[in-house]
Design a protein around this ligand. Sequence first.
Ligand code: ADP
Ligand code: MG
Length: 240
Amino acid sequence: MIDVKNLSKSFGDHLVLDNITEHIEQGEKVVIIGPSGSGKSTFLRCLNLLETPTSGTITFEGTEITSPKTNIDLMRRQMGMVFQHFNLFPNMTIRKNITLAPVRTKLMGQAEADDIATTFLKRVGLSEKADAYPAQLSGGQKQRIAIVRALAMKPKVMLFDEPTSALDPEMVGEVLDVMKELADEGMTMVVVTHEMGFAREVGSRVLFMDGGHILEQNEPHAFFAHPKEQRTIDFLSKVL
Ligand code: ADP
Ligand code: MG
């Protein structure tokens, strides 16, 4: 589904991603872990071109999205993204937050978007918040809305950048539960997280990033039971 070839990214003369080649299959749940500053967010943001790669190519379902000929907006709509800090529109109701993009991009009419909002809000247990504003919600509720908002665009893949890192501990579970449900439904997911339980339970593959490289990867059981690289072992000893 996503084919990354020789991807490098520099900010000025700081090389942040160093010649990464990686494939993500449809239905995979790829969990990315690694120390702060290792390039996890930059890698995720390159996948939907929120960052422009310095070199290399990214192909999404056969379309090279790094090609100047590609309509980036059209491709980006197929990739939902959820951020650490929710990024909801503060001046809009929850319903409007969810329906704005699908209506504005003409993916659907307002009535259909409203229906979808109603259905999804029910699924994440937030039906009564449709007419509330983001400021009236807890962090966990805001993040569940951010997930719903991304899903309303009917994406083919969901990218999550530390979706629970800004949450109080008691709210982490409610967000991870929504993500687990999504995984069970077969969504293709790429998740940057420090939640090792989630990586173990939900991940089909764990990638360990360090210094702009994917240093090591494996299926979760083997990854956590038998890490091979010393830097992976050191990292895991700090987070587990
Ligand atoms: P991680 O998500 O693993 O913590 P990031 O991808 O955010 O790492 O950052 C990797 C490196 O790139 C860091 O050294 C960071 O300071 C740098 N970096 C990230 N974004 C920018 C930017 N927009 N401008 C300059 N440097 C950046
Ligand atoms: Mg990051």
